[in-house]
Design a protein around this ligand. Structure first.
Ligand code: ZN
Length: 200
């Protein structure tokens, strides 16, 4: 006998594929959706479909954006000679919330993790080198998380760019070891950006 109706099971399995959502949470969320009026599920599915229909990667910084180039890359008031390198679009959002960074970004879309088969070619590192080689970048602020893979990625970038013409800086101390910068409080993050230190 099928205990869970297949339509419900499908939603639970799809939700459980998301990071941080186990089978138990997925079941709770699916049941919660089911208890609401049908309009909610309809609206949610429309919003999810809209994600891919209207959002793309900015071809300059690789963040998710409704326009290409994104609003940050195309803002004439921002300093394109200063580029902050982050792991994920969520890190960009965390830094933007501090209102203390007026440069551009470069999203790596991950961190080096040989165990998971993620090497430099899987990240947007080639694209970063291309941005630097067109001569418009003076400073690269490396803002990867202070986790082990985040640090390994920062070291790789510092080695790679050490002999190049750009100034390399890193976020100052203040971000606790092991912390993902998305979760740092905005004042700590703002201070870490303002007092960034040279990395070479
Ligand atoms: Zn952009």
């Amino acid at each position: 006998m099928q205990v869970i109706p297949p339509a419900l099971e499908r939603v639970i399995e799809d939700l459980a594929k998301l990071p941080g959502i186990g089978k138990k949470t997925a079941t709770r969320l699916a049941l919660n959706i089911l208890r609401r009026p049908p309009g909610y599920a309809h609206e949610l599915s429309e919003a999810l479909q809209e994600l891919h229909a209207s959002i793309q990667l900015c071809s300059c910084c690789f963040t998710f954006s409704e326009s290409d180039p994104c609003a940050i890359c195309s803002d004439p008031k921002r300093d394109g000679s200063l580029v902050c390198v982050v792991e994920e679009p969520g890190d960009l959002m965390a830094i933007e919330k501090t209102s203390s960074f007026r440069g551009h970004y470069h999203i790596l879309h991950g961190v080096l993790s040989p165990i998971d088969g993620i090497g430099p070619d899987e990240l947007k590192i080639r694209e970063l080198i291309a941005r630097i080689s067109n001569g418009s970048v003076n400073e690269i602020l490396i803002a990867t998380s202070s986790t082990v893979p985040g640090e390994a990625t920062a070291s790789y970038l510092i080695d790679l760019l050490a002999t190049g013409p750009v100034k390399l800086t890193r976020l100052a101390c203040g971000i606790p070891m092991g912390m993902d910068i998305k979760y740092a409080d905005k004042h700590t993050l703002a201070r870490a950006i303002e007092s960034r230190s040279s990395a070479k």
